[in-house]
Design a protein around this ligand. Structure first.
Ligand code: NAD
Ligand code: UDP
Length: 350
């Protein structure tokens, strides 16, 4: 899948995938905060394969060293344990600022810390961008639209967020992070990019993360009941990780300073989605000859407070300014992810 990476023969680096050999002028020094998390680790892979020098900053709250351990020892790669709430000094050309827990159970675990990470973390990284003149990209979220009254959501919709509810630490945290980003852009000329990411899934998502895709697949693979919250009529639109990484890198290297939605517009009710995941898990199990003692059931649990009722990105801007469109449909992506979790189950780590 990865783009053409050249065929440099690294005799001494043979344990690494072959990375592109860029002339020094084209090689960027790239800082990825949250680089040991789900999205960050895939971004790091792509940037390394493209031949850049990558430094990961992470406090390993929800991420893990193992997600990027395959790069440890590569001369283009560095990993630093650091909490972005504290300032950090480095020389760099681009900053992808991702550090922030993303799943509701994790970001609600310590709401004050989530807000500190969003505000102080973003302030510190913008300060770094200002000093080094690095281009700064922040991973914002569809959650800034809250429980949207406009559907699908274009970037100029201002959102409908409860400022004091249990999701506010994340939603309002990201909103203020965007405000800070445009403050530094207008006042200090920092070169900024803002990606509003819609629900994304794929391999390396922490199986205990609590988000719907990982929950459903793990439950179905283990033969446990699949838990739909509420009556299952709320909707989400799910994008596969490789499409997101394409969009983020395209945005970083574009001239677009306005926020850009990156997500897959295919919308499902959560009830339909549970059935789809169950079908795909059964298909993969059949391929491997795995016998089921019973069909897993879909059960209903209380809906969490402030759970948005609908969500679908309007991706017109991404198409027009980045020439970006999702290439993975949800069936293809889910099959890949089911195979990944099945492999983890087989090795006993699920
Ligand atoms: P994740 O939890 O897997 O990754 C977040 C990473 O940030 C982890 O490695 C974690 O240890 C690190 N981190 C958290 N707090 C930190 C701190 N104070 N200092 C340093 N590191 C810290 O989540 P993800 O899905 O990879 O999300 C990455 C980014 O993308 C987040 O900013 C998230 O808000 C955004 N996003 C993700 C989605 C999605 O569907 N995955 C959707 C919208 C936005
Ligand atoms: N959800 C569900 N069962 C689960 C986990 C989540 O029905 O086991 C629902 C959740 O209530 C929400 C949707 O799935 O309506 C997406 O939840 P997720 O936590 O993945 O993302 P977010 O709510 O942040 O979009």
């Amino acid at each position: 899948y990865y783009p053409e990476t050249g065929s440099i023969s690294y005799t001494t680096l043979s344990r690494f995938p072959p990375v592109k050999l860029l002339p020094p002028a084209d090689r960027k020094r790239i800082l990825v905060t949250g680089g040991a998390g789900f999205v960050g680790s895939h971004l790091v892979d792509r940037l390394m394969l493209l031949g850049h020098e990558v430094t990961v900053l992470d406090n390993f709250f929800t991420g893990s060293k193992t997600t990027v351990s395959h790069w440890v020892g590569h001369p283009n790669f560095e990993m630093v344990r650091h909490d972005v709430v504290e300032p950090f000094m480095i020389e760099c050309d681009q900053i992808y600022h991702l550090a922030c827990p993303a799943s509701p159970p994790h970001y609600q675990f310590n709401a004050v810390k989530t807000m500190k990470t969003s505000f102080m973390g973003t302030l510190n990284m913008l300060g770094l961008a200002k000093r080094t003149k690095a281009r700064f990209l922040i991973s914002s979220t569809s959650e800034i639209y809250g429980d949207p009254e406009v559907h699908p959501q274009p970037e100029d919709y201002w959102g409908n967020v409860n400022p004091i509810g249990p999701r506010a630490c994340y939603d309002e945290g990201k909103r203020v992070a965007e405000t800070l980003t445009y403050g530094f852009h207008r006042q200090d000329g920092v070169d900024v990019r803002v990606v509003r990411i819609f629900n994304t899934y794929g391999p390396r998502m922490n199986p205990a993360d609590g988000r719907v895709v990982s929950n459903f697949i793990v439950q179905a693979l283990k033969g446990e009941d699949m838990t739909v919250y509420g009556d299952g009529t709320q909707t989400r639109s799910f994008q596969y990780i490789h499409d997101l990484i394409d969009g983020m890198i395209a945005l970083m290297n574009s001239g677009e300073t306005r926020p850009v939605n990156v997500g897959n517009p295919d919308e499902f009710t959560i009830g339909e989605f549970a059935e789809l995941v169950r079908d795909i898990v059964e298909k993969v199990q059949d391929e491997y000859g795995i016998k089921r003692t019973r069909r897993v059931e879909i059960v209903y649990r209380p809906i969490p407070t402030d759970d948005p009722k609908q969500r679908r990105p309007d991706t017109t801007r991404a198409k027009q300014t980045l020439d970006w469109e999702p290439r993975w449909n949800v069936r293809m992506g889910l099959e890949e992810m089911v195979r990944y979790y099945k492999a983890r189950m087989d090795e006993g780590s699920l």
